[in-house]
Design a protein around this ligand. Structure first.
Ligand SMILES: *Cc1c(COP(=O)(O)O)cnc(C)c1O
Length: 498
């Protein structure tokens, strides 16, 4: 038996390694310092293994025969990107861990043309004066959130008639007022920042009334009570977890009240013995007491989800139309754009937020403006096919089945069974948890591997394939796989199951 000291002595020195032909070749290709670093990492790993008693003389000899390959692997890992594309076969369209909405092709092109050159980000080309960065998207939000645009959207819906509030010359009460006031929009880093800025601007030092049924936590560290504290406003809870009435809000209003807040439940539902006032009632109460009403919509769709069969998700239009003064929502959820927080609402209120010094700290850069402008332009042209998240949501089950058939056609292994089963895709991203779409899943079961092991093999393939594991099966949903990725997926499946 060799002692550890003897084993350590068998390890080559860095200089020796660098002089060996294979390594000096690597060094010429990738640079001497990166190559030397990779040698150091691999040697340190071997030293650790020896110290831990995992390597005897025989095993060390084996490890040393593979040292060139190990150095090459380490080098390509350290010089490669950590952030990389994956194939999302989970069927969750807005998957927060997988980067939420994939960007439209036009968004990428607009980023490219404005970011690899100078741009008029804050420059007025007409006058030669300093300009504002929000003008680039505010004009599009104005158009998309206008009464005319919303009305046209609604008439497009098969069989739908224009609600009376949109009828020509019509409009009473809240709606007439909403139509009369201009809707402005500002952009911050994400929706959490939007809520923070809005609360700080509208309610610092005062009270904000929220239902106990809406004190949500949205994954990670976004909790309504905590954001409220950070904003400098005091949370005034009303009602109970399952039932809150308009009278509960009214009773809580006092001279310190600054704002009524409604929060979209996003990731949970309350069913059974429940009650929640209609947003219209809250709007009327706010008007009566001359208080602003804010709604944290979370997902915030700019298109009518009823067109894809989802009826319980209010759009940004819906909220503004029924008397909400300020709506906050994400850019990378149902909108299908880049990460951003959007605040749309009455011009005077939004103007106050724009002048808040927090706004400067939460603002976004030119890449986001470029991606957002291009995404909004697709909406303005009603080219919903151009926005990948919208396109995926609109896919029919029949289209998905057809593709699943082709993708599984090469799997012919006695060890792995692939079958097509009915299932549901999830919209995700804080839209109602019940917002699901019918789909066809590819279900894989292996005789030799557990479902978790099979899913791990798919994750380690190139490109990594992310699937769901349920009841001992690996489930793949092509709704969230780009059709251009089908062939790669088919090849990887054929390989993994071979
Ligand atoms: C998702 C969500 C947030 C957080 O939005 P981010 O863009 O992730 O910061 C806040 N509120 C609600 C209701 C949400 O659904």
């Amino acid at each position: 038996m060799k002692t550890q000291t003897e084993l350590f002595r068998e390890l080559p020195a860095i200089d020796e390694l660098l002089r060996e032909p294979e390594i000096s070749q690597l060094s010429a290709e990738e640079g001497q310092s990166a190559t030397a670093d990779a040698c150091r990492v691999v040697l340190a790993r071997l030293r650790d293994e020896i110290s831990a008693g995992h390597l005897d003389a025989e095993r060390l000899r084996l490890a040393l025969t593979g040292i060139h390959a190990a150095i090459r692997d380490e080098l390509s890992r350290s010089l490669g990107y950590s952030l990389k594309a994956v194939i999302n076969a989970t069927g969750v369209v807005l998957h927060t861990n997988l980067g939420r909405a994939p960007l439209a092709r036009s968004a990428i092109e607009h980023i490219r043309e404005t970011a690899d050159a100078y741009s008029n980000l804050e420059f007025d080309i007409e006058s030669g004066d300093r300009g504002k960065r929000d003008v680039h998207v505010d004009r599009l939000f104005r158009k998309l959130l206008s009464r005319e645009h919303a009305a046209a959207e609604l008439t497009k819906r098969a069989g739908a008639s224009v609600p009376s509030e949109f009828a020509e010359g019509g409009g009473t009460g809240v709606l007439a007022r909403a139509a009369a006031s201009v809707i402005s929009t500002i952009v911050v880093n994400n929706n959490a920042a939007a809520v923070l800025l809005a609360l700080n601007t509208l309610a610092e030092g005062g009270e904000v009334i929220v239902s106990r049924g809406e004190l949500v936590e949205i994954g990670g560290s976004f909790r309504i009570p905590d954001v409220m504290t950070k904003s400098g406003a005091t949370l005034r809870e009303v009602g109970t977890t399952n039932r809150t009435r308009i009278a509960d809000y009214e009773r809580a209003i006092n001279e310190r009240t600054k704002l009524l807040l409604r929060v979209h439940r996003s990731n949970f539902e309350i069913t059974g013995f429940t009650e929640q006032p209609d947003v219209r009632e809250l709007g009327a109460l706010a008007a009566k007491h001359k208080l602003p009403l804010m709604e944290d919509l979370g997902s915030g769709a700019l298109f009518d989800l009823r067109t894809i069969g989802i009826n319980n998700e209010p759009s940004v239009h819906d909220s503004l139309r029924v008397g909400v003064h300020v709506v906050t929502y994400s850019g990378d959820k149902l909108l299908g754009g880049p990460q951003a927080g959007l605040i749309s609402g009455r011009e005077d209120l939004v103007q106050k937020m724009r002048s808040n010094s927090l706004f400067r700290a939460l603002r976004v850069d030119k890449l986001i403006y470029a991606a957002l402008e291009a995404t909004l332009l697709a909406y303005a042209k009603r080219d919903y096919e151009a926005v990948p998240a919208l396109r995926m949501m609109q896919l029919s089950k029949a289209e998905i089945t057809k593709r699943a058939d082709i993708v599984t056609s090469r799997i012919n292994s006695p060890k792995i069974r692939a079958e097509l089963v009915d299932g549901e895709s999830l919209i995700g991203g804080g839209s109602a948890p019940s917002a699901v779409l019918p789909t066809t899943l590819i279900a894989l079961t292996s005789r030799e591997m557990s479902a978790n092991d099979l899913a791990a093999r798919l994750r380690r393939s190139y490109p990594p394939i992310i699937a769901r594991v349920e009841e001992g099966r690996v489930l793949l949903d092509l709704r969230t796989v780009f059709p251009a990725q089908d062939e790669v997926l088919r090849q990887v499946l054929a390989q993994v199951t071979a």
